[in-house]
Design a protein around this ligand. Structure first.
Ligand code: F3S
Length: 65
């Protein structure tokens, strides 16, 4: 699994980096950013899916439905 944040959708709600700080961080204005290359280790896939479903803007793509 690989996660990406669509910067045109992200409104800075911050759920991603609260729920999955191992995968997401925030920029200077509080918008979400993917840490590293976005590749999700198996032990972090659960957190990644949690972030995907909790982003109110549906700004996070994991390549899954
Ligand atoms: Fe942005 Fe969604 Fe995270 S709006 S800061 S990607 S929870």
């Amino acid at each position: 699994m690989k996660v990406q944040i669509n910067p045109e959708r992200c409104q800075g709600h911050g759920r991603c980096y609260d729920l999955a700080p191992e995968l997401f961080g925030e920029d200077d204005e509080g918008y979400g950013v993917v840490l590293g290359d976005g590749l999700v280790a198996p032990e972090h896939e659960r957190a990644a899916r949690l972030a995907v479903v909790n982003c109110p803007e549906k700004a996070i793509d994991s390549g899954e439905e």
